[in-house]
Design a protein around this ligand. Structure first.
Ligand SMILES: [Zn+2]
Length: 294
């Protein structure tokens, strides 16, 4: 029964010395970050008409004929998925559950939602990068660059407006599918193209901030070794299970007082070895987080 599971999780969280959150794509989906349907058509109907793809993810793989068009696509993508708030306040509600605890977040999400919801930067490890950062595409050096200003300039240059941080298609005027050449980002050291700081292949730059976050995560785990810790896994699938899921299973197995919680719709399995110290909730994450906070 879900009600019993919720009571159990709340009790474990209350008693916990530490809460380690592990979050995957499913959490952002639950927060309303969907990549197709209405949300796609609101900002990409012109790209859909010209190229036929019907979701933001597929469009991300498209080889556009010019860099100006490439950045028209990507600036919209980054703006609505990184700088615009999530449609539903799931991250904010999650934050109220842990803000008074000693917590740490390990995530494969690159959309910055944790920080936007109030989670402390020092308690986050974004293993796979961040949409809000550029890096050299080669890369010729291991630094990243904040892209907020240039992304905003790019969307405005196409004819969009931004109202209260939201991208808006104006009632009058036409949206163009390219950005001015001078806005195409170039590496400040070698002049090559810039790319997003996302772990897609071996060009991913692990900059100083990334290494610091990795160290902080290790230090947190070291400091809480053997304590009553709740491992709260949300929306982690099987694309990269080694980063969060298998990691959490191991901690849950090795730490005698650990407790593992897996919340995911459709994929909430628990290994037999840790069954007695685990709860799985196969349900919508937004609803579960709501119940946990009630
Ligand atoms: Zn470079």
């Amino acid at each position: 029964m879900i009600a019993e599971k919720i009571i159990c999780i709340k009790e474990k969280m209350k008693q916990a010395d530490a809460v380690v959150i592990g979050a995957g794509a499913g959490l952002s989906t639950a927060a309303g970050f969907t990549y197709s349907g209405e949300r796609f058509m609101a900002y990409f109907s012109d790209f859909h008409q010209k190229y036929g793809f019907s979701d933001m993810y597929s469009g991300g793989f498209y080889e556009f004929p010019t860099e100006e068009e490439h950045w028209a696509y990507w600036s919209r993508y980054i703006y609505v998925n990184r700088y615009q708030n999530a449609p539903k306040p799931v991250y904010e509600k999650l934050y109220t559950l842990v803000k008074d605890k000693d917590y740490f977040v390990l995530t494969t999400n690159v959309d910055h939602c944790f920080q936007k919801a109030g989670f402390a930067k020092e308690r986050l490890f974004y293993t796979q990068g961040d949409f809000g950062l550029f890096q050299c595409s080669k890369p010729c050096h291991r630094e990243t660059y904040d892209n907020e200003m240039v992304i905003k300039e790019m969307v405005l240059s196409q004819g969009f407006e931004t109202t209260q941080g939201k991208l808006v298609v104006p009632k009058q005027g036409k949206i163009t599918m390219s950005v001015p050449s001078e806005l195409v980002p170039r590496c400040p050291k070698c002049g090559r193209k810039m790319s997003m700081n996302l772990r897609a292949d071996n060009t991913f730059v692990e900059d100083r901030g990334w290494h610091l976050a990795a160290e902080r995560y290790q230090a947190f785990m070291e400091a809480h070794r053997g304590e009553k810790a709740v491992f709260l896994e949300l929306g982690v699938g099987y694309n990269t299970p080694g980063i969060i899921k298998y990691n959490f299973w191991q901690y849950a197995y090795q730490w005698q007082q650990a407790f593992y919680v897996c919340i995911n719709k459709g994929q909430a399995q628990i290994p037999v070895d840790i069954e007695e110290k685990s709860v799985s909730v196969d349900a919508d994450i937004a609803e579960v987080v709501e119940l946990l906070g009630a």
